[in-house]
Design a protein around this ligand. Structure first.
Ligand SMILES: *Cc1c(COP(=O)(O)O)cnc(C)c1O
Length: 432
Protein backbone atom coordinates (compact mmCIF):
# COMPACT_ATOMS: atom_id res chain seq x y z
CA UNK A 1 0.00 0.00 0.00
CA UNK A 2 1.04 3.61 -0.36
CA UNK A 3 -0.73 6.91 0.06
CA UNK A 4 -0.09 8.77 -3.21
CA UNK A 5 -3.17 8.91 -5.42
CA UNK A 6 -5.07 11.22 -7.72
CA UNK A 7 -8.26 12.83 -6.50
CA UNK A 8 -9.70 14.21 -9.72
CA UNK A 9 -6.67 15.69 -11.47
CA UNK A 10 -4.71 16.42 -8.32
CA UNK A 11 -2.12 14.19 -6.72
CA UNK A 12 -2.63 13.75 -3.00
CA UNK A 13 -0.36 12.38 -0.28
CA UNK A 14 -2.82 11.06 2.28
CA UNK A 15 -5.25 14.00 2.64
CA UNK A 16 -2.88 16.73 1.51
CA UNK A 17 -2.83 18.00 -2.10
CA UNK A 18 0.84 17.78 -3.05
CA UNK A 19 0.58 21.00 -5.10
CA UNK A 20 -0.10 22.91 -1.86
CA UNK A 21 3.20 21.64 -0.46
CA UNK A 22 5.00 22.58 -3.68
CA UNK A 23 3.60 26.14 -3.59
CA UNK A 24 4.72 26.55 -0.01
CA UNK A 25 8.12 24.83 -0.06
CA UNK A 26 9.27 24.86 -3.70
CA UNK A 27 11.14 22.07 -5.44
CA UNK A 28 12.96 19.70 -5.44
CA UNK A 29 10.87 18.36 -2.58
CA UNK A 30 10.70 14.98 -0.87
CA UNK A 31 7.25 14.15 0.53
CA UNK A 32 6.79 11.20 2.91
CA UNK A 33 3.56 9.56 4.02
CA UNK A 34 3.66 8.56 7.68
CA UNK A 35 0.62 6.29 7.14
CA UNK A 36 2.60 4.26 4.60
CA UNK A 37 5.62 4.01 6.90
CA UNK A 38 3.44 2.72 9.74
CA UNK A 39 1.39 0.48 7.46
CA UNK A 40 4.40 -1.33 6.07
CA UNK A 41 5.97 -1.75 9.51
CA UNK A 42 2.72 -3.05 10.99
CA UNK A 43 2.01 -5.46 8.13
CA UNK A 44 5.42 -7.06 8.49
CA UNK A 45 5.23 -7.04 12.29
CA UNK A 46 1.78 -8.72 12.31
CA UNK A 47 2.73 -11.28 9.67
CA UNK A 48 5.62 -12.34 11.92
CA UNK A 49 3.54 -12.40 15.11
CA UNK A 50 3.92 -16.20 15.54
CA UNK A 51 7.68 -15.66 15.99
CA UNK A 52 9.52 -13.94 18.83
CA UNK A 53 11.01 -11.23 16.61
CA UNK A 54 12.41 -7.71 16.38
CA UNK A 55 12.28 -5.51 13.30
CA UNK A 56 15.48 -3.47 13.14
CA UNK A 57 14.88 -0.76 10.55
CA UNK A 58 17.91 -0.46 8.23
CA UNK A 59 18.26 3.26 8.71
CA UNK A 60 20.74 3.67 5.88
CA UNK A 61 17.67 3.59 3.57
CA UNK A 62 16.32 6.82 5.09
CA UNK A 63 17.76 8.25 8.28
CA UNK A 64 15.69 11.41 8.67
CA UNK A 65 14.99 11.68 12.41
CA UNK A 66 11.23 11.98 11.81
CA UNK A 67 11.31 8.62 10.01
CA UNK A 68 13.40 7.02 12.76
CA UNK A 69 11.03 8.35 15.41
CA UNK A 70 8.07 6.84 13.54
CA UNK A 71 9.59 3.34 13.79
CA UNK A 72 10.91 3.83 17.33
CA UNK A 73 7.34 4.68 18.41
CA UNK A 74 6.13 1.40 16.85
CA UNK A 75 8.66 -0.54 18.94
CA UNK A 76 11.24 -1.02 16.19
CA UNK A 77 14.96 -1.38 16.63
CA UNK A 78 17.62 -0.14 14.22
CA UNK A 79 20.19 -1.68 11.93
CA UNK A 80 23.05 0.82 11.93
CA UNK A 81 26.28 0.96 9.94
CA UNK A 82 28.27 3.71 11.69
CA UNK A 83 28.63 5.45 15.04
CA UNK A 84 26.89 8.39 13.37
CA UNK A 85 23.84 6.25 12.70
CA UNK A 86 23.73 4.95 16.29
CA UNK A 87 23.96 8.52 17.57
CA UNK A 88 21.27 9.62 15.13
CA UNK A 89 18.96 6.77 16.19
CA UNK A 90 19.39 7.69 19.85
CA UNK A 91 18.87 11.40 19.06
CA UNK A 92 15.55 10.51 17.42
CA UNK A 93 14.24 8.49 20.36
CA UNK A 94 15.63 5.09 19.35
CA UNK A 95 16.65 2.62 22.04
CA UNK A 96 20.39 1.76 21.80
CA UNK A 97 19.69 -1.65 23.34
CA UNK A 98 17.66 -2.39 20.17
CA UNK A 99 20.45 -1.29 17.80
CA UNK A 100 22.61 -3.70 15.83
CA UNK A 101 25.85 -2.44 14.32
CA UNK A 102 26.88 -3.79 10.90
CA UNK A 103 29.57 -2.95 8.37
CA UNK A 104 32.97 -4.21 7.26
CA UNK A 105 35.02 -1.21 8.45
CA UNK A 106 34.13 -0.41 12.06
CA UNK A 107 36.82 1.86 13.51
CA UNK A 108 38.19 1.61 17.07
CA UNK A 109 36.33 4.80 18.04
CA UNK A 110 33.08 3.45 16.64
CA UNK A 111 33.42 0.15 18.49
CA UNK A 112 34.18 1.94 21.78
CA UNK A 113 31.20 4.25 21.27
CA UNK A 114 28.83 1.36 20.53
CA UNK A 115 30.05 -0.57 23.60
CA UNK A 116 29.43 2.44 25.84
CA UNK A 117 25.95 2.88 24.36
CA UNK A 118 25.09 -0.75 25.22
CA UNK A 119 23.94 -1.83 21.77
CA UNK A 120 22.12 -5.12 21.20
CA UNK A 121 24.83 -6.67 19.04
CA UNK A 122 27.81 -6.17 16.76
CA UNK A 123 27.34 -7.91 13.42
CA UNK A 124 30.94 -8.90 12.76
CA UNK A 125 32.24 -9.18 9.21
CA UNK A 126 35.79 -10.53 9.65
CA UNK A 127 38.21 -12.23 12.07
CA UNK A 128 40.40 -9.14 12.55
CA UNK A 129 37.25 -7.29 13.59
CA UNK A 130 36.52 -9.94 16.26
CA UNK A 131 40.02 -9.49 17.65
CA UNK A 132 39.64 -5.72 17.64
CA UNK A 133 36.24 -5.78 19.40
CA UNK A 134 37.59 -8.16 22.05
CA UNK A 135 40.62 -5.95 22.70
CA UNK A 136 38.52 -2.80 23.08
CA UNK A 137 35.95 -4.58 25.29
CA UNK A 138 38.75 -5.74 27.63
CA UNK A 139 40.11 -2.21 27.82
CA UNK A 140 36.67 -0.74 28.61
CA UNK A 141 35.79 -3.62 30.97
CA UNK A 142 32.66 -4.41 28.93
CA UNK A 143 31.22 -7.59 27.47
CA UNK A 144 30.69 -7.16 23.72
CA UNK A 145 27.62 -8.93 22.31
CA UNK A 146 28.53 -10.30 18.89
CA UNK A 147 27.08 -12.18 15.95
CA UNK A 148 29.09 -13.17 12.92
CA UNK A 149 27.69 -12.40 9.50
CA UNK A 150 27.59 -15.54 7.39
CA UNK A 151 27.82 -15.25 3.64
CA UNK A 152 25.58 -18.14 2.56
CA UNK A 153 26.66 -17.93 -1.10
CA UNK A 154 23.08 -17.74 -2.35
CA UNK A 155 22.31 -15.74 -5.48
CA UNK A 156 19.64 -13.15 -4.70
CA UNK A 157 18.93 -12.51 -8.41
CA UNK A 158 19.09 -8.76 -8.00
CA UNK A 159 21.25 -5.90 -9.34
CA UNK A 160 25.03 -6.51 -8.99
CA UNK A 161 25.46 -3.37 -6.87
CA UNK A 162 22.92 -4.59 -4.28
CA UNK A 163 23.70 -8.29 -4.11
CA UNK A 164 25.65 -9.18 -0.97
CA UNK A 165 25.23 -12.90 -0.35
CA UNK A 166 27.73 -14.46 -2.75
CA UNK A 167 31.49 -14.94 -2.48
CA UNK A 168 32.18 -12.24 -5.07
CA UNK A 169 31.53 -9.46 -2.57
CA UNK A 170 33.11 -8.07 0.56
CA UNK A 171 30.38 -9.00 3.05
CA UNK A 172 30.33 -11.67 5.72
CA UNK A 173 32.41 -14.77 6.32
CA UNK A 174 32.27 -17.83 4.07
CA UNK A 175 29.70 -20.39 5.09
CA UNK A 176 32.34 -23.16 5.23
CA UNK A 177 34.53 -21.19 7.69
CA UNK A 178 31.87 -20.02 10.14
CA UNK A 179 32.22 -22.75 12.76
CA UNK A 180 35.97 -22.30 12.97
CA UNK A 181 35.50 -18.56 13.39
CA UNK A 182 33.02 -19.08 16.27
CA UNK A 183 35.42 -21.54 17.91
CA UNK A 184 38.10 -18.87 17.73
CA UNK A 185 35.71 -16.17 18.97
CA UNK A 186 34.79 -18.34 21.98
CA UNK A 187 38.43 -18.18 23.08
CA UNK A 188 38.66 -14.39 22.86
CA UNK A 189 38.04 -12.38 26.02
CA UNK A 190 34.98 -10.28 26.79
CA UNK A 191 32.84 -11.49 23.89
CA UNK A 192 29.36 -12.89 24.25
CA UNK A 193 28.38 -14.97 21.20
CA UNK A 194 24.76 -13.94 20.91
CA UNK A 195 23.69 -15.10 17.48
CA UNK A 196 24.27 -15.44 13.77
CA UNK A 197 23.46 -12.89 11.08
CA UNK A 198 23.03 -12.85 7.31
CA UNK A 199 21.78 -10.48 4.60
CA UNK A 200 21.76 -11.72 1.03
CA UNK A 201 20.88 -8.61 -0.94
CA UNK A 202 18.37 -5.90 -1.65
CA UNK A 203 15.16 -5.48 -3.69
CA UNK A 204 14.29 -9.19 -3.69
CA UNK A 205 10.84 -9.64 -5.23
CA UNK A 206 10.61 -13.42 -4.84
CA UNK A 207 10.67 -15.55 -1.74
CA UNK A 208 12.91 -18.32 -3.06
CA UNK A 209 16.35 -16.80 -2.36
CA UNK A 210 15.20 -16.09 1.23
CA UNK A 211 13.94 -19.66 1.61
CA UNK A 212 17.15 -21.11 0.17
CA UNK A 213 19.33 -19.02 2.46
CA UNK A 214 17.33 -19.88 5.60
CA UNK A 215 17.25 -23.60 4.66
CA UNK A 216 20.98 -23.61 4.07
CA UNK A 217 21.93 -21.71 7.22
CA UNK A 218 19.43 -23.14 9.76
CA UNK A 219 21.35 -26.38 10.47
CA UNK A 220 24.41 -24.24 11.13
CA UNK A 221 22.39 -22.09 13.54
CA UNK A 222 21.27 -25.24 15.40
CA UNK A 223 24.86 -26.50 15.76
CA UNK A 224 26.24 -23.14 16.86
CA UNK A 225 23.34 -22.58 19.25
CA UNK A 226 24.03 -25.97 20.92
CA UNK A 227 27.67 -25.03 21.36
CA UNK A 228 27.47 -21.36 22.27
CA UNK A 229 23.92 -20.71 23.56
CA UNK A 230 22.48 -18.14 21.18
CA UNK A 231 19.75 -15.55 21.72
CA UNK A 232 18.94 -14.76 18.10
CA UNK A 233 19.24 -15.40 14.40
CA UNK A 234 19.09 -12.37 12.08
CA UNK A 235 17.83 -13.00 8.57
CA UNK A 236 18.69 -9.49 7.33
CA UNK A 237 16.62 -7.25 5.08
CA UNK A 238 16.12 -7.14 1.35
CA UNK A 239 12.33 -7.31 0.92
CA UNK A 240 11.60 -5.64 -2.40
CA UNK A 241 8.97 -3.05 -3.32
CA UNK A 242 6.97 -2.03 -6.39
CA UNK A 243 8.75 0.47 -8.63
CA UNK A 244 6.99 -0.30 -11.91
CA UNK A 245 3.32 0.75 -11.94
CA UNK A 246 3.72 2.13 -8.47
CA UNK A 247 0.73 4.46 -8.74
CA UNK A 248 -1.59 1.65 -9.79
CA UNK A 249 -0.30 -0.58 -7.03
CA UNK A 250 -1.10 2.10 -4.47
CA UNK A 251 -4.72 2.08 -5.53
CA UNK A 252 -4.99 -1.70 -5.80
CA UNK A 253 -3.11 -2.80 -2.73
CA UNK A 254 0.62 -2.36 -2.95
CA UNK A 255 1.51 -5.94 -3.82
CA UNK A 256 -0.01 -5.85 -7.31
CA UNK A 257 1.54 -4.30 -10.35
CA UNK A 258 -0.74 -3.12 -13.16
CA UNK A 259 0.47 -6.03 -15.25
CA UNK A 260 -1.27 -8.20 -12.66
CA UNK A 261 2.02 -9.63 -11.47
CA UNK A 262 2.32 -10.02 -7.74
CA UNK A 263 5.49 -9.26 -5.91
CA UNK A 264 6.50 -10.80 -2.63
CA UNK A 265 4.18 -9.75 0.21
CA UNK A 266 5.15 -9.73 3.89
CA UNK A 267 2.50 -12.43 4.41
CA UNK A 268 4.08 -14.78 1.83
CA UNK A 269 7.50 -13.99 3.25
CA UNK A 270 6.30 -14.81 6.77
CA UNK A 271 4.26 -17.88 5.77
CA UNK A 272 7.28 -19.32 3.95
CA UNK A 273 9.89 -18.59 6.60
CA UNK A 274 8.00 -19.11 9.88
CA UNK A 275 7.88 -22.94 9.56
CA UNK A 276 11.65 -22.94 8.98
CA UNK A 277 12.48 -20.45 11.74
CA UNK A 278 10.06 -21.35 14.53
CA UNK A 279 11.72 -24.72 15.37
CA UNK A 280 15.02 -22.91 16.06
CA UNK A 281 13.50 -21.51 19.25
CA UNK A 282 15.45 -18.27 18.89
CA UNK A 283 14.49 -14.63 18.61
CA UNK A 284 14.42 -13.67 14.92
CA UNK A 285 15.80 -10.30 13.87
CA UNK A 286 14.95 -8.64 10.56
CA UNK A 287 16.63 -5.65 8.95
CA UNK A 288 14.26 -4.23 6.34
CA UNK A 289 15.06 -0.81 4.90
CA UNK A 290 13.58 -0.22 1.46
CA UNK A 291 10.42 -2.19 2.29
CA UNK A 292 9.58 0.23 5.11
CA UNK A 293 10.48 3.52 3.45
CA UNK A 294 10.58 3.09 -0.36
CA UNK A 295 6.93 3.48 -1.33
CA UNK A 296 6.36 6.04 1.43
CA UNK A 297 8.28 8.79 -0.37
CA UNK A 298 8.03 10.79 -3.59
CA UNK A 299 10.33 13.39 -5.12
CA UNK A 300 8.60 16.38 -6.70
CA UNK A 301 10.41 18.35 -9.37
CA UNK A 302 9.65 21.32 -11.65
CA UNK A 303 9.99 21.23 -15.42
CA UNK A 304 12.48 23.95 -16.41
CA UNK A 305 12.89 23.40 -20.15
CA UNK A 306 11.73 21.20 -22.99
CA UNK A 307 14.63 20.63 -25.36
CA UNK A 308 13.93 18.87 -28.63
CA UNK A 309 16.87 17.50 -30.56
CA UNK A 310 16.46 15.60 -33.82
CA UNK A 311 16.31 12.37 -31.89
CA UNK A 312 15.07 13.14 -28.42
CA UNK A 313 12.54 15.04 -26.39
CA UNK A 314 14.44 16.11 -23.27
CA UNK A 315 12.43 17.19 -20.26
CA UNK A 316 14.91 19.13 -18.13
CA UNK A 317 13.83 19.27 -14.48
CA UNK A 318 15.16 20.99 -11.36
CA UNK A 319 15.91 17.78 -9.46
CA UNK A 320 19.08 15.89 -10.30
CA UNK A 321 21.27 12.92 -9.50
CA UNK A 322 22.45 14.74 -6.37
CA UNK A 323 18.86 14.44 -5.05
CA UNK A 324 18.13 10.90 -6.29
CA UNK A 325 21.09 8.95 -7.59
CA UNK A 326 19.40 5.57 -8.04
CA UNK A 327 18.85 5.74 -11.83
CA UNK A 328 22.47 6.81 -12.41
CA UNK A 329 23.96 4.42 -9.85
CA UNK A 330 21.83 1.27 -10.14
CA UNK A 331 20.03 1.82 -13.49
CA UNK A 332 16.87 1.98 -11.36
CA UNK A 333 13.38 2.61 -12.65
CA UNK A 334 11.21 5.21 -10.92
CA UNK A 335 7.69 5.78 -12.13
CA UNK A 336 7.21 9.42 -13.18
CA UNK A 337 3.77 11.01 -13.16
CA UNK A 338 2.52 14.58 -13.56
CA UNK A 339 1.56 16.45 -10.39
CA UNK A 340 -1.63 17.49 -12.13
CA UNK A 341 -3.11 14.94 -14.52
CA UNK A 342 -2.85 15.95 -18.17
CA UNK A 343 -5.11 14.83 -20.98
CA UNK A 344 -3.70 13.91 -24.39
CA UNK A 345 -1.22 11.55 -25.95
CA UNK A 346 1.94 10.38 -24.22
CA UNK A 347 5.27 11.60 -25.61
CA UNK A 348 8.47 9.56 -25.53
CA UNK A 349 10.72 11.62 -23.26
CA UNK A 350 14.08 11.64 -21.52
CA UNK A 351 13.78 13.20 -18.07
CA UNK A 352 17.13 14.73 -17.11
CA UNK A 353 18.55 16.96 -14.40
CA UNK A 354 20.72 20.08 -14.71
CA UNK A 355 23.99 18.46 -13.50
CA UNK A 356 26.90 18.40 -15.92
CA UNK A 357 27.05 14.59 -16.24
CA UNK A 358 25.49 12.39 -18.91
CA UNK A 359 24.54 10.04 -16.07
CA UNK A 360 22.24 12.71 -14.64
CA UNK A 361 18.93 11.31 -15.84
CA UNK A 362 15.74 9.89 -14.31
CA UNK A 363 14.23 8.20 -17.37
CA UNK A 364 15.10 7.45 -20.97
CA UNK A 365 12.62 7.10 -23.85
CA UNK A 366 9.75 7.03 -21.36
CA UNK A 367 6.17 7.61 -22.54
CA UNK A 368 5.14 10.66 -20.50
CA UNK A 369 2.26 13.09 -20.44
CA UNK A 370 3.13 16.16 -22.51
CA UNK A 371 4.46 18.74 -20.06
CA UNK A 372 5.67 22.30 -20.42
CA UNK A 373 7.86 24.69 -18.47
CA UNK A 374 6.47 25.29 -14.99
CA UNK A 375 4.65 21.96 -14.77
CA UNK A 376 5.67 19.52 -12.06
CA UNK A 377 6.60 15.85 -12.21
CA UNK A 378 6.59 13.31 -9.40
CA UNK A 379 9.06 10.46 -9.04
CA UNK A 380 7.37 7.73 -7.04
CA UNK A 381 8.95 5.18 -4.67
CA UNK A 382 11.72 7.63 -3.76
CA UNK A 383 11.59 7.12 0.02
CA UNK A 384 14.49 4.65 0.23
CA UNK A 385 18.07 5.38 -0.84
CA UNK A 386 16.90 8.81 -2.03
CA UNK A 387 17.53 11.78 0.25
CA UNK A 388 20.11 9.80 2.30
CA UNK A 389 22.31 9.52 -0.76
CA UNK A 390 21.89 13.22 -1.54
CA UNK A 391 25.00 15.32 -2.09
CA UNK A 392 25.97 18.91 -2.76
CA UNK A 393 27.51 18.08 -6.14
CA UNK A 394 27.48 21.16 -8.41
CA UNK A 395 26.90 23.24 -5.23
CA UNK A 396 23.27 22.23 -5.18
CA UNK A 397 21.54 22.39 -1.78
CA UNK A 398 19.96 19.24 -0.32
CA UNK A 399 16.24 18.99 -1.01
CA UNK A 400 13.62 19.96 1.56
CA UNK A 401 11.75 17.03 3.18
CA UNK A 402 8.10 17.01 4.31
CA UNK A 403 6.28 14.48 6.49
CA UNK A 404 2.53 14.11 5.94
CA UNK A 405 0.12 12.67 8.48
CA UNK A 406 -3.56 12.76 7.45
CA UNK A 407 -4.40 16.41 6.85
CA UNK A 408 -1.21 17.59 8.54
CA UNK A 409 2.20 18.24 7.03
CA UNK A 410 5.48 19.40 8.53
CA UNK A 411 8.97 20.26 7.34
CA UNK A 412 11.31 17.53 8.62
CA UNK A 413 14.36 18.83 6.81
CA UNK A 414 14.43 22.51 6.06
CA UNK A 415 15.70 24.07 2.85
CA UNK A 416 19.49 24.10 2.93
CA UNK A 417 20.99 27.58 2.62
CA UNK A 418 23.68 27.89 -0.04
CA UNK A 419 26.18 29.22 2.51
CA UNK A 420 25.73 26.02 4.54
CA UNK A 421 27.20 24.09 1.62
CA UNK A 422 30.62 25.73 1.96
CA UNK A 423 30.31 26.75 5.60
CA UNK A 424 32.81 24.12 6.81
CA UNK A 425 35.47 25.11 4.28
CA UNK A 426 38.23 27.64 4.90
CA UNK A 427 41.13 29.17 3.04
CA UNK A 428 44.69 28.11 3.84
CA UNK A 429 46.51 30.69 6.03
CA UNK A 430 48.71 31.81 3.13
CA UNK A 431 45.66 32.67 1.04
CA UNK A 432 44.27 35.23 3.48
C1 LIG B 1 21.36 -2.43 3.37
C2 LIG B 1 21.21 -3.49 4.39
C3 LIG B 1 19.95 -3.84 4.84
C4 LIG B 1 18.68 -3.25 4.27
O1 LIG B 1 18.46 -3.63 2.95
P1 LIG B 1 17.04 -3.34 2.27
O2 LIG B 1 17.15 -3.94 0.93
O3 LIG B 1 16.87 -1.86 2.22
O4 LIG B 1 16.00 -4.01 3.10
C5 LIG B 1 19.86 -4.77 5.85
N1 LIG B 1 20.96 -5.36 6.40
C6 LIG B 1 22.20 -5.03 5.97
C7 LIG B 1 23.36 -5.69 6.61
C8 LIG B 1 22.37 -4.10 4.96
O5 LIG B 1 23.60 -3.81 4.53
Amino acid sequence: MHSFRYVGKELFCEEVPVSVLVKKHGTPLFVYSQATLSDHFTRLDSALAPLDHLICFAMKSNSNRAIIQTFAALGGGFDTVSAGEIQRAVAAGGDPSKCVFAGVGKTEEEIAYALKQGIYCFNVESEPELVRISRIAVKLKKIAPIAVRVNPNVDAHTHAKITTGTYDNKFGIQFENIEAVYARAAKLSNLRLRGLQMHIGSQLTEVNPFRQAVEKVSPLVVRLNNRHGFDFFSIGGGLGIVYQNALESGANGWWKTAAGKKILTPQTYADTLIPLLKPLGLKILLEPGRFLTGNAGALITRVEYIKKTGKKNFVIVDAAMNDLIRPAFYDSFHEIIPLVKKPGKLVSSDVVGPICESGDYFAKDRPLAKVTEGDHLVLLSAGAYGSVMGSNYNSRPLATEILVNGKRSAVVRRHQELTAIWGDESLAPWQK
